[in-house]
Design a protein around this ligand. Sequence first.
Ligand SMILES: NC(=O)c1ccc[n+]([C@@H]2O[C@H](COP(=O)([O-])OP(=O)(O)OC[C@H]3O[C@@H](n4cnc5c(N)ncnc54)[C@H](OP(=O)(O)O)[C@@H]3O)[C@@H](O)[C@H]2O)c1
Length: 337
Amino acid sequence: MTDPLTMRAAVTRRYGSPDVIEICDAPKPAPAAGEVLVRAHAATVNRTDCGELRPRGLGRLMFGLRRPRRTIFGMDVAGVVEAVGAGVTAFKPSDRVFGMCPFRSDGAHADYVCLPETAPIALMPPDTPFGEAVVCEGAYYADSGLRKFHVGPGHKVLVYGASGAIGSAAVQLAKAYGAEVTAVVPTRRLALARSLGADRVIDYTAEDFSRIGERFDVVFEAVGKTSYFRYRRLLKPAGVFMATDVGPWGEYLPLMLWSAIARNDRVGVPLPPRGGARAFVEALKARMAAGQFRAVVDRRYPLAEIAEAYRYVETGQKAGIVVIDVAADPPEAVRVN
Ligand SMILES: NC(=O)c1ccc[n+]([C@@H]2O[C@H](COP(=O)([O-])OP(=O)(O)OC[C@H]3O[C@@H](n4cnc5c(N)ncnc54)[C@H](OP(=O)(O)O)[C@@H]3O)[C@@H](O)[C@H]2O)c1
């Protein structure tokens, strides 16, 4: 018989390769006042989780100097509310919810996670399977970047790396905001980029994307792979360059710094606005329900094989999201992208 006070979790007590992750029993959390206890059905392994496992640069300042501050990672979650703490009014047991876990407390790589009712979570869009609802974190960065520059009708947006979690979300959201979107991807992702609604797709392995003879209001560099100097000729005179990474050899950092000092907003990072996450999840839910946004699911792994999922995400070659099926439910339909 299972112990009602414990749960299965992927526990990481020290930094290192995916080999340091242990699947073991951990105390089942109980919801405090103002918290909801969620039975996790799906989670993801994403680039944030990989950064938390092996922090680069100043990452340890954020995640813990000597060892991870929290031992259960996992940012995106979709599941069912099992219990609520005193005073909770926004959710009730049996609600299907999705959203993001705060990164300072234990995350979704476990059977259960406790979240404040004010966390960036919302009721799931009807008919969306759990495995297709764990899309928020990448989409949140994409959306923050597009909104920072008020992307809308009449704007031309180029998304470089349009097959990743952030890039595939940026294409869909820029289209939903009414922009004209050009997506740059490798050959094997051309069909995916078209299916996301891109107006034009460019295979960067077959064509020099920086010499297509067009200029853009926004260039969204979603993978940090290419020198800024190749993008310069793609920008309109008042165009902006936005990057989710510091670029090759940290090349974008001085540009970001220069832009911040000069307050000219020419080079930006899609930093989410303070306090905007809950509203974002609600807005994403509406877009999913309206068919304007869908998950791009690359691979799925059971919780017991989460180390394999990390290894795959660390290759930098995933398309969209890598789902962890936490609950031992019958697998949901897998979308082939
Ligand atoms: N997702 C997050 O939550 C998150 C959080 C914080 C920071 N970030 C940062 O944001 C960046 C993007 O993250 P992500 O999660 O969206 O990435 P990702 O899902 O790992 O995406 C990588 C995608 O980029 C494509 N790609 C690889 N090399 C490329 C190249 N040279 N040119 C064009 N496309 C290329 C890959 O396709 P092929 O393999 O087919 O080429 C793959 O589909 C990363 O630098 C990451 O560190 C992400």
